[in-house]
Design a protein around this ligand. Structure first.
Ligand code: FMN
Length: 307
């Protein structure tokens, strides 16, 4: 079987994506910074940094620290707010040529609906990803740690738009499955897993946490095993596509997630140290799918054989 004959297209609700490779919110700049490195229109989709109703300055520095195999961040969702974003950035993002997934976070259930309603009036948006799982803002985790609230967020947004809704869940729970079931009941077309894991780094000499806010979120290759398990658990529990995120840095990582149950994968922290990571992954998929004797990515999703 030749790698050239591989069908990479995947489906999220009514949306068809040319391939499963996407970018993780907050790790891809404003979505425009990577164009000098490669033709971003080749990606299956692009997910932009979280947008909130009002402008946010973000958390006090330092906001980012390296650790073995990953990063700790407490960026805190700095963004210009929805109106300035639509005016300044959306027109440029429309010209990326890749389906644009807008990532939104409310500071209340109602706020998620307000944001979706505002964006739904604009052209050129392919889907929404609901950031229900930011560990770096007050109450950011509330929306994906309680099934009832998680369901309410989806119901509120569903009432505002027919665009595909992707619920981005937190790994900072005892069991991700009831949250996954709740968002699907609320109307989610897909689930993204995972956001960062809460953590902390300490500078013992100063007797201070390394990050300005104290706690932060861990990302990068060190969280991949945790993300893979959660993707698998969700795949076994819900009937919507899973978007796998967590430590994906090459095509083999991406294949691990696809086989475990992800239909789409997002590249996050790897963008920081290898700007071409997402494109390299895309180019590495066909030969790997062919090596499994398949002719499409859809054939291999979830085919992992658990003991
Ligand atoms: C610096 C940084 C900023 C992030 N900002 C956001 C954000 O604005 N919204 C969001 O939904 N996730 C955000 N995330 C989480 C990522 O999208 C992703 O879920 C997480 O980093 C795990 O993937 P990775 O290990 O490939 O980085 C951020 C992660 C990092 C490292």
């Amino acid at each position: 079987m030749t790698a050239g004959a591989i069908d990479l297209s995947v489906q999220i609700g009514a949306l068809t994506l040319a391939n499963p490779v996407s970018t993780a919110s907050g790790t891809y700049g404003k979505g425009l910074e990577f164009q000098p490195f490669y033709d971003v229109s080749r990606l299956g989709s692009v997910v932009v940094k979280t947008i909130t109703t009002e402008a946010r300055a973000g958390n006090p520095p330092p906001r980012l620290a390296e650790l073995p195999g990953g990063l700790l961040n407490s960026i805190g969702l700095p963004n210009p707010g929805v109106e300035a974003y639509i005016e300044t950035y959306l027109p440029k993002l429309r010209s990326l040529g890749s389906p644009l997934i807008i990532n939104i976070a409310g500071h209340s259930v109602d706020d998620f609906g307000v944001l979706a309603a505002r964006f739904a009036r604009e052209d050129g948006i392919a889907a929404f990803e609901l950031n229900m799982s930011c560990p770096n803002v007050a109450s950011g985790l509330d929306y994906s740690t309680q099934p009832k609230v998680a369901r309410q967020v989806l119901e509120r947004v569903r009432g505002e738009t027919d665009l595909p809704l992707i619920a981005k869940l937190s790994p900072n729970v005892t069991d991700i499955r009831p949250i996954g079931e709740a968002v699907v009941e609320g109307g989610a077309d897909a689930i993204s897993a995972i956001n960062t894991l809460v953590g902390m780094l300490v500078d013992w000499r100063r007797r201070r946490p390394v990050l300005g806010r104290g706690y932060g979120g861990v990302s990068g290759p060190c969280i991949k095993p945790i993300a893979l398990r959660m993707v698998r658990l969700l795949f076994e529990t819900v009937d919507v596509p899973i978007v796998g995120i967590g430590g994906i840095q090459d095509a083999d990582d991406a294949m691990d997630f696809l086989v475990a149950g992800a239909s789409v994968i997002q590249v996050g922290t790897a963008n920081y140290y290898r700007p071409t990571a997402a494109l390299d992954i895309l180019e590495g998929l066909p030969e790997r799918i062919a090596a499994l004797g398949a002719t499409s990515v859809r054939e291999i999703v979830g085919t992992l054989q658990m003991p």
